[in-house]
Design a protein around this ligand. Sequence first.
Ligand code: FAD
Length: 281
Amino acid sequence: MDSQKKYPRAFSFEFFPPKTAQGMANLRAAWQQLAQLKPRFFSCTYGAGGSTRDHTLDTVLEIQAAGHKAAPHLSCIGAARDEIAATLELYRSKGIDHLVALRGDLPSGAASAGELRYANELVTFIRQRTGDHFHIEVACYPEFHPQARSARDDLEHFKAKIDAGADAAITQYFYNIDSYCRFIDDCAALGIQVPIVPGIMPIANFSQLARFSDACGAEIPRWLRLKMQSFGDDAASVRSLGLDVVTDLCGRLLSAGAPGLHFYTMNQAGLTSTIWQRLGI
Ligand code: FAD
């Protein structure tokens, strides 16, 4: 873990673009509350094939207009080079200089995978088109991406994104700290030298989290899964154990030398703020 200790700590909060006016009002209340914690930046996800482009941009611009740093995500799957270039120009024209660059996942039934197949090709494309304008974050997977042929392959594909010009990385969420610490050491051994910030998923709705984790390859430890399942509809117990487990994970990550935390807030300030207060950051 020593390789990460040289980077200053950065905290960030991720949102998804709401589809309704009520969703937007809820998100506004959430980011305004979380802004008091003075994160390094906020980020907003991007639907595959550009399906949320306008909502992603609106969300980022609203946060930016209030004087905070905000980074849109940008995915390349299903998109043509010209479309991606137009989005980059739009972002640049709005004063955005920070991006999270991803491949994304092809929606079922989508006709074409697009012109850039993997995120490293997107990072190369962004650097070719816009030079050093954007600070680029990419994704990485301490428990490995579900489509990776092997752990080694996945690490090398992560390195290809850094070699293409990414400045930093955010991990998929995980609940087993060993996976992150070993991943960091493997990255250092491969010569990857960027901050790798752990992605943190607070636990709100357990059955939803379990479904999502199965799909994205994040492992929920057996003891935690069984305990959570035993709570059934008792939301207060789910929340209480989730807060204990995630706060403990965050505290141990920071003590071990993680260069910050990136919270998947699910557009709610409550759990993230409580974890933050308990950590005494
Ligand atoms: P890549 O780095 O391209 O990797 C995808 C898979 O392909 C991996 O298995 C990798 O090992 C493999 N691979 C890479 N290069 C090659 C190669 N040259 N040859 C063969 N195999 C290769 N999704 C969204 O749609 N919108 C978002 O806003 C969004 N935000 C996210 C933010 C974070 C922090 C994270 C962790 C994920 C996010 N995702 C988002 C999900 C992400 O799009 C998916 O996990 C997707 O399946 C992989 O994206 P990637 O950028 O990691 O892909």
